[in-house]
Design a protein around this ligand. Structure first.
Ligand code: GLU
Length: 484
């Protein structure tokens, strides 16, 4: 392992665009991004799209949109002077071909024309005879069969071991005798390079100094090291981040709930909350929980990433999201809430009619109770639309004949209010209640039910002021007439 020169760190995130962007992958991207930023290095995004059957344009978009949403920008791209990146493996086929030719020419790789059926039959025969199932392909000795399309196999010598000092997992060693001559280029029309080969060619050509990726790639690393050696390239440092697990300690998957980044976005998690949550999933800085981006760049250390897997804790993410919602200025929340109005059943024109100044007064009333932006938009719905129904329990409790009397008295007072500000309304209703020798809740609760349909809501008087006199009176009248 070598120590990179200061400022020369080059890392990459290399997702395959075959599905959604998994939060475990996002954490890998984040650790790479932070490492690059902390070291004044370069963060490269490389789309590993050589598997044309499974790669989709939508998945590429999900990766780019997701990283942009999280503000994990990448630095470089193939077009000099053009827009920065990402690199795409499909645009780099000439490099793989050139490297393949080099290995074949040097006698380090050879064409193989074995069919899948032949290999399967030989494997079965070897098993039945209790022989090793390695080296099932004779092409190294016999040469390829004429007239068949050839794959290219990399030749692995039996002597010794492959070892590396993993930045996160410590020393890992594998004996070469356990590694088969493996395929590096498939026999298909496109001559598709396999992941291990394309990744090594790219990492080497792109000058990657630290390969930081998920621990599921540990079995690939010995093969990749052999390729580096055969090609005469300098080895990068490797760091394998432990997997993210569900609460049952199985690899985090759909069974455990949402795993795709876009699902968290759609539910109204803030990008900074997700970043803060994911960074702590496997890395610690004392027992600190909250980090600004600037602070993360300052204190993040790859060596402090633990080797033990992290368990995804939805409750903790909810807590963090609440923290970030409460910290966000109302103007930012107004912007973030924009895509959530329609799904909450609030037409955009309703929001626009109320205007920005009104919205900025309303939003702070809801931050305390909302874990996500989706919840928040839902909780604000009654501000835009009268409740379609009243919660039966609340109505039963706060619509007794006595409460109806209070509601009528309150209606009259509110109808005659000189000023409709929260403070003025509070003073008015308190004076009314005291004058009649009652308690505020006996008036506040039925009013609340009339306004919101439920007995729980943010502070009442600011709500009345936001709704405005006409709407307040209309909702009280409706409850008095139709509530039972
Ligand atoms: N395309 C691989 C993946 O998505 C990249 C692994 C690596 O970082 O080398 O898992």
């Amino acid at each position: 392992m070598h120590a990179p020169l200061p400022g020369s760190v080059r890392v990459r995130f290399a997702p395959s665009p075959t599905g959604y962007l998994h939060v475990g992958g996002v954490r890998t991207a984040l650790y790479n991004w932070l490492y690059a930023r902390a070291q004044g290095g370069v963060f490269i995004l490389r789309i590993e799209d050589t598997d044309v059957e499974r790669s989709t344009a939508a998945a590429v978009r999900a990766i780019l949109d997701g990283l942009r949403w999280l503000d994990l920008g990448w630095d470089e791209g193939p077009e000099a002077g053009g827009p920065a990146g990402p690199y795409r493996q499909l645009e780099r086929e000439a490099h793989y071909r050139e490297h393949t030719a080099r290995l074949v020419r040097d006698g380090k790789a050879y064409p193989c024309t074995c069919t899948a059926e032949e290999l399967a039959a030989r494997r079965e025969a070897a098993r039945a005879a209790k022989r090793s199932v390695r080296h099932l392909c004779p092409c190294r000795e016999t040469g390829p069969v004429a007239g068949r399309r050839a794959a290219i196999r990399f030749q692995v010598s039996d002597a010794g071991a492959v070892a590396w000092d993993d930045l996160i997992q410590g020393r890992i060693e594998v004996v070469r005798a356990e590694i088969d001559d493996f395929i590096i280029v498939r026999s298909d029309e496109r001559e598709t390079p396999v992941y291990n080969f394309a990744a090594v060619v790219d990492d080497a050509m792109m000058g990657i100094t630290h390969v930081i990726r998920g621990a599921d790639h540990i079995p690939n690393t010995p093969r990749q090291i052999l390729l580096y050696e055969a090609l005469g390239y300098r080895l990068p440092a490797f760091g394998h981040i432990p997997l993210v697990l569900g609460t049952d300690r199985e690899k985090l998957s759909k069974r455990h709930g949402d795993v795709a980044l876009h699902e968290y976005q759609a539910k109204g998690y803030l990008p900074e909350a997700l970043v803060n949550y994911l960074v702590r999933l496997g890395w610690a800085h004392g027992d600190q929980e909250l980090f600004s981006r600037e602070e993360l760049v300052r204190v993040f250390r790859l060596e402090k990433v633990g080797a033990a897997p992290g368990v995804f804790d939805h409750a903790k993410l909810d807590w963090l999201n609440g923290v970030y919602i409460r910290q966000a200025p109302p103007g930012r929340l107004a912007e973030l809430l924009t895509p959530f109005w329609e799904p909450a059943g609030i037409g955009r024109e309703l929001v626009e009619r109320r205007g920005q100044a009104w919205l900025l007064q309303a939003i702070p009333l809801f931050v305390e109770r909302s874990k996500t932006l989706r919840e928040m938009a839902g909780a604000m719905r009654f501000l835009f639309q009268a409740p379609a129904a009243w919660e039966p329990k609340a109505a039963a409790k706060y619509l007794t004949p006595a409460h109806r009397g209070h509601l009528r008295a309150a209606r009259q007072a509110l109808a005659g209010a000189v000023e409709f500000s929260a403070e003025a309304l509070e003073a008015l209703v308190r004076a009314l209640v005291e004058g009649r020798g009652h308690k505020l809740v006996e008036y506040a609760q039925p009013i609340r039910v009339a306004m919101t349909g439920s007995a729980a809501s943010p502070p009442l008087f600011p709500i009345l002021s936001l709704l405005g006199r006409d709407e307040v009176l209309r909702r009280i009248d409706r409850l008095l007439e139709e509530g039972n």
